[in-house]
Ligand binder design. Structure first.
Ligand code: FAD
Length: 445
């Protein structure tokens, strides 16, 4: 767009939007290459992001400390900060480690700006505008806004958001957890994945003694880490291009070497395997295989699995395969109908004599359809054709160098349509380094 007359409140070589793991590491990597960087964080979570800003000691990393270095070329960096390599340490400790990386980057010249980016326009340089009207000018733009908050569920439409908690990472969730814990009411949780696990742990830590019913279509819960024999293999040993063939192969391999060894052996090959699938096959994976893949691939700490087992044994946690039906709001409470797989619908809680809940938590995971993002910057850039939604609709379209358009790169979960295996620390840290290389090359040219 020509004719921009906006005054700039800051200028830099690169502006990075989002101060979570992806944005922090991109800023640190870019600064390490001598580039001037402005990092914009709009959620008050600079250097921590969504995953590592939890203050709760019960929220643990879901891999041992030894795998959590923020630097691809220094694999022992997190452990060197004083962590037992085999321990599943609290995520807040990883947040402190990440924040110290950001603090050092700021001391080295990165400018951290607190504010929500709402638009970006390009007139030679990018001009990124914040909600309060400030404007940052830069030659390159990095989008690192992470997973988008869940889309509002149809079942919760029109219901008081303090009762139907749609964003389990928001402040309403925290307030609802404390309220529910104090009341002792039973609680429905929609979703049975890692976010459900976090919410159950938060409820238990807050002293909740009621019953928790976690519901998802298949009722699949993340499996536990356990010692196992590694069973590495070459990419050529794995069937490619067909999800069903790959799935059958994985089951057979799991029987032969143990499922953990079989799943972990695919990890280094996940990106080429994903790229080798046609769009139709990738869609097939998302529809049919993903729920099973996710619970085996993204495992939980053994002590967390043990706590869930105990709660299930004591009748405090029930995991149900089924669907949510009608949600009715009454003054200060809700009734929720669920259809258990293969059984007639029931109003949750009637068996225990209670029909009312003081909250329902939507833990079905981040927004799946990028076209529905409510983030003002992404919205404006997609609507304005500056970036595009990927062909599966789950993130932004990027090329192999993570370029989302001319002079704009994207990182982390925003790029999962292209790379799929790009949501965990070991993958993002490599991506942040290679994007920094690419930007440095382009700006120098
Ligand atoms: C609960 C949870 C636990 C996890 N545990 C592990 C683990 O143990 N090990 C592992 O390897 N991986 C784990 N992951 C995965 C992984 O580490 C994260 O997905 C990763 O940190 C993503 O980082 P990000 O910076 O891309 O996104 P985020 O952490 O979501 O950060 C994005 C940031 O951008 C900001 N932002 C968004 N929009 C704007 C805007 N318009 N303007 C300004 N700022 C904006 C947000 O406030 C936020 O701070 C976990 C993920 C989650 C959600």
């Amino acid at each position: 767009m020509r004719g921009l007359t906006m005054r700039s409140d800051a200028t830099a070589d690169v502006v990075v939007v989002g101060g979570g793991f992806s944005g922090t590491m991109a800023a640190a990597q870019l600064a390490g290459r001598g580039l001037g960087v402005v990092l914009i964080e709009g959620g008050g979570r600079a250097g921590r992001g969504t995953a590592y800003s939890t203050r709760e000691a019960v929220h643990l990393l879901n891999v041992p400390a030894t795998k959590m270095s923020a630097w691809p070329d220094r694999p022992d960096d997190f452990v060197a900060a004083g962590h037992d390599p085999a321990a599943f340490v609290p995520r807040r400790d990883f947040g402190s480690y990440l924040r110290s990386i950001l603090d050092k980057a700021v001391a080295d010249g990165v400018e951290l700006i607190e504010g929500r980016a709402v638009s970006a326009l390009r007139d030679g340089d990018w001009r990124v505008t914040l909600a309060d009207g400030r404007c940052i000018a830069a030659r390159a733009l990095v989008l690192a806004q992470g997973n988008q908050p869940p889309a509002p569920m149809l079942a919760g439409e029109g219901v008081d958001p303090a009762l139907f908690v749609n964003n389990p990472w928001g402040s309403e969730a925290r307030a609802a957890i404390e309220r529910v814990a104090a009341s002792g009411d039973d609680v429905p949780i929609l979703g049975t994945g890692l976010t459900m696990v976090d919410t159950v742990l938060s409820l238990a830590a807050a002293g909740h003694r009621g019953r928790i019913v976690a519901l998802s279509r298949r009722g699949q819960v993340p499996r536990a880490h356990a010692p196992h024999e590694p069973a590495p293999l070459d990419l050529d040993d794995v069937p490619q291009g067909n999800v069903l063939a790959l799935w059958r192969w994985l089951r057979a391999r799991g029987r032969a070497v143990g499922w953990r060894g079989a799943v972990d052996a695919l990890r280094p090959h996940a990106q080429p395997l994903w790229r080798g699938l046609s769009e139709a096959e990738q869609g097939r994976f998302l529809r049919h295989a993903r729920p099973y893949w996710d619970v085996h691939r993204h495992r939980i700490a053994p002590q967390v699995a043990e706590q869930l087992r105990m709660m299930i044994g004591e009748g405090r946690l029930e995991v149900v395969a089924g669907r949510i039906g009608a949600v009715r709001e009454m003054p200060g409470s809700l009734s929720v109908e669920i259809a258990r797989r293969g059984r007639p619908s029931t109003a949750l809680g009637t068996n225990g004599g209670r029909e009312r809940f003081s909250a329902v938590f939507n833990c079905t995971g981040p927004l799946g359809a990028m076209a529905r993002t409510q983030d003002p910057l992404l919205r404006q850039m997609i609507d304005g054709g500056l970036v595009a939604v990927d062909r599966l609709g789950i993130g932004l379209a990027v090329d192999q160098a993570s370029r989302a358009g001319s002079g704009v790169w994207a990182l982390g979960p925003l790029t999962k349509g292209e790379f799929w295996e790009i949501v965990a620390v070991p993958d993002i840290r490599g991506q942040a380094a290679s994007v920094a290389d690419d930007i440095a090359r382009e700006l120098q040219a």
